[in-house]
Design a protein around this ligand. Structure first.
Ligand code: F0G
Length: 439
């Protein structure tokens, strides 16, 4: 597998190179934690004031003076820890504890039939739908809402294709904070709206797509009217790093080796950025060799695929797609704001990106469900993408692969109903039922 680091200067501690050295702690750090710009390297104190991006416009990330918290990384180290889930990795997070429900510790399912059919050395499914509100967003919110508390903000807000709003509503409720969610009208799956409503968020339905909702929330946040908890918020991505830690530890425990590849659905590219950051920090802490880092492989729906376009074109910047459509409404996104963090992640790990048709997503959703793993359409995109890359010979048959499924089947009951068997009406009588079954 070839590793391209040409675009990143590996001697620059603020670069996104996989093997960049740990940065020096600046004066404005608090307890060894600060915010650093991925473009110009400017640093900011994390809790003195609210800030999502650098003055230069670049994205910020949380940085640490001491990645040595990873010393006990591995199957033995953390299994002895008393904390479970996300907060088991507190050494790699900006706080010791968060607003927790709790989250993380999701299963790494075996799917022997799919593994056989796709034809790889091993295939495991990291099912993030098993988090408290049914998606990986909970991992980000436990840290993000804790940061909101630390900053003393009054009102929380996010734009969402659904899952972020469900998670923010639940964690905002837990923290007893006012919560606003902006949703693209008519384009959010029923289960997610129901969650946001019952957990007590105010739901604002916008006549526009997700990207338009995010534009508005960024503007509200910029005017100081709300604290933004989309994945532009660097604290959220810290929690999502723990998906990567859990995958590596569980895979090592089961196979004695790390996975060669992690395949995941891409919307705003926050998760891709978070996994890459997890691996960079492990490399910095000498807990992982650069060549052991799994190839990050992103999957988008064919009619919402700006990241795939950028990877295929070798572009450093994303072209915003104004019109996007897919059955996988969670990733119906045309302007992945975390692309500057995620593109180096895909490239520097030897990964790639691929687009899949809605029919391929539904087929993968059915196949996963057939092995007992119930996921929403966006999640199934990972398996559909793997299948396509195997067919194209991009993924080899000797690879050990983990597909990330990001949300639970019940999030989108309409899609499940459409993809599944139709109910059959039968008379209220056992003989008639048997007769029906014989037909
Ligand atoms: N899968 C699911 C189920 C999602 O809900 C999302 C994003 C993604 C994948 C993509 O993750 O943005 O980190 O690349 N959902 C956001 C939301 C946008 O509002 O719930 P990403």
């Amino acid at each position: 597998m070839s590793r391209e680091t040409a675009t990143d200067d590996a001697t620059d501690p603020t670069s996104l190179a996989l093997d960049a050295p740990a940065p020096q702690t600046p004066d404005d750090a608090e307890d060894g934690v600060w915010l650093g710009c991925i473009d110009c390297g400017e640093t900011y104190s994390p809790f003195e004031s609210v800030r999502y991006t650098c003055d230069c416009g670049g994205l910020l990330e949380v940085r640490y003076g001491e990645p040595s918290g990873f010393a006990d990384f591995g199957p033995e180290g953390h299994s002895a820890a008393t904390e479970r889930g996300v907060w088991r990795y507190a050494a790699a997070l900006p706080f010791d504890e968060g607003v927790s429900l709790p989250e993380g510790d999701t299963p790494l399912h075996r799917v022997p039939r799919l593994e056989d059919e796709v034809g790889v050395a091993s295939l495991r499914i990291k099912h993030e739908g098993m988090n408290p509100t049914g998606s990986f967003k909970d991992r980000g919110m436990t840290v993000g809402v804790r940061a909101a508390r630390e900053l003393g903000v009054g009102r929380l807000a996010c734009a969402s294709t659904g899952n972020t709003s469900a998670a923010l509503a639940a964690y905002g409720g837990r923290a007893d904070m006012e919560t606003l969610v902006l949703l693209p009208a008519g384009k959010v799956a029923a289960g997610k709206v129901a969650q946001a409503a019952l957990h007590g968020a105010r739901i604002l339905e916008v006549d526009g797509n997700f990207d338009a909702c995010l534009d508005i929330v960024q503007e509200l946040a910029g005017r100081g009217e709300a604290y933004l908890l989309n994945s532009l918020n660097p604290f959220r991505l810290e929690g999502q790093k723990t998906i990567g830690f859990e995958i590596l530890e569980a895979h090592l425990a089961d196979y004695g080796t790390f996975p060669d590849r992690i395949v995941l659905p891409v919307g705003n590219a926050g998760n891709t950025a978070a996994l890459y950051k997890a691996f960079r920090e492990l490399v910095q802490a000498d807990a992982l060799e650069p060549e052991e880092v799994p190839a990050l492989t992103g999957v988008q729906a064919a009619d919402a695929a700006p990241m795939v376009e950028a990877i295929e074109d070798g572009a450093d910047e994303i072209r915003r797609w104004e019109e996007v459509e897919t059955i996988a409404t969670a990733i119906r996104i045309g302007n992945p704001v975390n692309a500057p963090k995620a593109l180096p992640g895909i490239r520097n790990t030897g990964g790639t990106a691929v687009a899949v048709a809605d029919e391929e997503i539904t087929a993968a959703q059915r196949d996963l469900a057939g092995e007992g793993v119930g996921v929403e359409p966006a999640s199934a995109a990972s398996v559909a993408g793997l299948r396509k890359l195997r067919d194209r010979g991009v993924v080899d048959d000797d690879e050990r692969v983990v597909c990330l499924t990001t949300g639970h089947l019940l999030k989108d009951p309409d899609a499940a109903y459409e993809a599944g068997n139709d109910p059959e009406p039968v008379p209220n009588d056992a003989d008639a039922v048997l007769e029906h079954l014989r037909e």
